[in-house]
Design a protein around this ligand. Structure first.
Ligand code: NCD
Length: 311
């Protein structure tokens, strides 16, 4: 029987460490947490969460922090290493050892692929991956699935388009992996240069996922229930000239969504740069700010499941 106990004390490194039943437990708990997302549920009063953000973040860091505070817990941590001993040359392993000594769980974001897994190998406390390079961002994918589930009440049977930087966006990697537990139709949409990496293609093949790829959203827009958009991951481009060539290569605007189903849902992990026109924000299809808002109850549920705090 899958339940609270299956999450307790676990690291969250990749969505592939979890399964569909785990997600069901998480979503049920997140729905329950929505009641407390603007108030307080004092269940983690004796716990401290460490936030180790080596890369920029707004939503992920602040929603984890808010979630922990709403649960009555406390938060320590840093954003950027300027004010930490890493600026003196301390290594990642020693920094993690210290956070492990101080806190009950560690949330880490780092530009290096595998950094969270490395940290989990060192720390005894649970480690939560808040993004490692262009590899994984499991809690974002859980939030994305939760939003889809909240919007449609199901995930099976939906037609989902993912538009943007399919090559470097870790959110795409984790989302596609998470969707492999469901029977969905995937339409991947990107400029040729930003096609998904071979590993992801091989993953979809190995899981027998139904997917296709196009460089033109107009080819598939009328089939979509969900259009998930990601920005071009400028900081991951090995060559800035390559970014200059591709910037502004795609845009979601009113003209595009008018061709879609009336109940199309547009999601985006944010930050948005210029790939979704501001005029789209006022349409009923735009749900990305609502999606970001679900970050608090979803992460409250995650923290409660991983750190305990009753059922
Ligand atoms: C994403 C990330 O950091 O990978 N942001 C987020 O966590 N909401 C997506 C992005 O930066 O484009």
């Amino acid at each position: 029987m899958v339940g609270f106990l299956d999450w307790f004390g676990r690291d969250i490194i990749s969505v592939l460490d979890f399964g569909r039943e785990d997600f069901e437990v998480l979503f049920t708990e997140a729905l329950n947490m929505e009641k407390y997302a603007k108030s307080r549920l004092d269940v983690l009063g004796d716990k401290v969460l460490a936030l180790a953000f080596f890369e920029p973040s707004t939503r992920t860091r602040l929603s984890f922090e808010t979630a922990m505070l709403r649960l009555g817990g406390s938060v320590i941590g840093f954003s950027g290493t300027e004010a930490t001993s890493m600026a003196k040359g301390e290594n990642l392993a020693d920094t993690i050892r210290m956070l492990d000594a101080y806190a009950n769980a560690i949330v880490i974001r780092h530009s290096l692929e595998g950094a969270a897994k490395f940290a989990a190998g060192i720390a005894e406390s649970p480690v939560i991956n808040a993004g490692d390079g262009s590899q994984n961002h499991p809690t974002q994918a859980m939030l994305d699935l939760y939003t889809i589930w909240r919007e449609f009440k199901v995930i099976d049977g939906l037609s989902i388009g993912i538009l943007g930087d399919l090559r470097y966006a870790r959110v795409v990697n984790s989302l596609v992996q998470a969707l492999s537990y469901y029977r969905v139709r995937l339409h991947l949409i990107s400029p040729e240069l930003l096609r998904p990496r071979q590993e992801l293609v091989e993953f979809m093949e190995s899981r027998g996922m139904k997917y296709d790829w196009t460089n033109d959203p107009y080819n598939v827009i009328n089939d979509l229930d969900v259009l998930y958009v990601v920005r071009i991951q400028r900081e991951r481009f090995p060559d800035p000239m390559e970014y200059e060539r591709i910037r502004g290569a795609y845009k979601v605007n009113l003209k595009l969504i008018e061709r879609g189903k009336p109940n199309l849902v547009i999601l985006h992990p944010l930050p948005r740069i210029d790939e979704v026109d501001f005029t789209v924000d006022n349409t009923p299809q735009a749900r990305y700010f609502k999606q970001a808002g679900f970050g608090v109850p979803l992460r409250m549920a995650l923290l409660r499941l991983v750190l305990g705090g009753g059922s």
